[in-house]
Design a protein around this ligand. Structure first.
Ligand code: T6T
Length: 331
């Protein structure tokens, strides 16, 4: 209540001074109890469940309303947009934190919400090229809060190159070409691997975020090129699917595997020596920060940085038992 009063007083001053209140013009001053932030994940997976925890924790700390949309059961705009629109239609949403499941297909549905006065922050994935600081059809979100995927892809390339003695064939299993996160990982990986003249990238498969498809594709790749030395799998279902293919083919140890996303399954696989490297993003922190910035913007119009990038953690067989790293496992 006290905060509400201070807020009201500062808003009155702003109004007297003739200053615009909020960039989107449609968001009215609100007390904490009246603020509602909606979290719209990409798919039902451990990464977004961790992000939900961060979103809820910060929401609780601030005493605002957090609405978590139903988690889509498959990846893509066809699954995500109807859930988003139905949830927003129930009313009262001031801001949407969303992982857009496509760089272009989500522009129109999100712009529609923005034009109704709902603020948008994209988490984990972005629209267009993610540069919200320049004027474009997709620059209306306040911010992108998520990983630097290209950097991660380049780093993984270097680590995998080391693991295979800087020579041999490598293969990538990923989800979709039009998703900023995984596309960035593949781009970075290709750039990183291009520095090694004796490493050849023999294929990139798209599994559409279906684990079984990742297993089948990786098995097929191993059959086509039995001398594949290293594999990079770019997210939860790609990693869980690809490493299973290597286990099924009896190639554990012979094929080095670098994976992305620290699920309980992947950490267990690392402990068993079935994978060699696991990159952990910071989904809890992404969710937490998104609510923190969103709240600041909604309450006093604080300018949100156009990009907020938490770092990564790497799990290897050497550090996987370190208790200090435990918090980075997606549980
Ligand atoms: O890797 C994450 C996320 O960063 C990506 O955008 C989609 O896949 C995950 O949710 C993991 O499954």
């Amino acid at each position: 209540m006290k905060k509400g009063f201070i807020l009201l007083a500062s808003l009155m001053l702003l109004v007297i001074a003739g200053a615009p209140l909020f960039a989107n013009g449609g968001t009215d001053a609100a007390t904490d109890e009246e603020i509602t932030i909606l979290f719209m994940p990409g798919i039902a997976d451990p990464f977004y469940y961790m992000m939900e925890k961060g979103v809820r924790a910060k929401g609780e700390e601030l005493g605002i309303n957090i609405v978590v949309a139903e988690f889509p059961k498959s990846w893509g705009p066809e699954a995500q947009v109807p859930i988003l629109e139905a949830t927003v239609a129930r009313g009262g949403v001031d801001m949407v934190l969303i992982a857009p499941t496509s760089v272009d297909a989500l522009i129109t549905p999100l712009k529609k919400l923005y034009d109704q006065g709902i603020e948008i922050i994209t988490v984990d994935t972005y629209l267009g090229d993610g540069d919200y600081s320049k004027s474009s059809e997709y620059s209306f979100p306040l911010s992108y809060i998520g990983s630097d995927n290209e950097k991660g892809g380049r780093e993984i390339a270097e680590e995998l190159a080391k693991l295979i003695g800087e020579q041999g064939k490598v293969y990538v299993n990923t989800t979709n070409p039009d998703v900023s996160s995984v596309a960035g990982r593949v781009k970075g990986f290709k750039e990183g691997i291009a520095k090694y003249p004796n490493i050849e990238l023999v294929g990139v498969d798209f599994n559409l975020d279906v684990q079984q498809k990742a297993t089948d594709q990786t098995l097929a790749a191993l059959q086509k090129d039995p001398d594949i030395a290293g594999i990079f799998a770019t997210n939860v279902f790609s990693s869980q699917g690809a490493y299973q293919a290597v286990v099924n083919a009896g190639l554990t140890g012979a094929v080095k595997i670098a994976t992305w996303d620290a699920t309980v399954d992947m950490i267990a696989a690392l402990k068993k020596g079935e994978v060699d490297l696991v990159l952990a993003q910071k989904p809890y922190e992404i969710g937490y920060l998104a609510v923190e910035w969103g709240y600041k913007f909604l309450t006093d119009g604080t300018e949100v940085p156009k990009a907020v990038i938490p770092g990564f953690e790497y799990f290897t067989q050497a550090n996987v038992d370190d208790p200090a790293k435990d918090e980075f496992i997606y549980k």
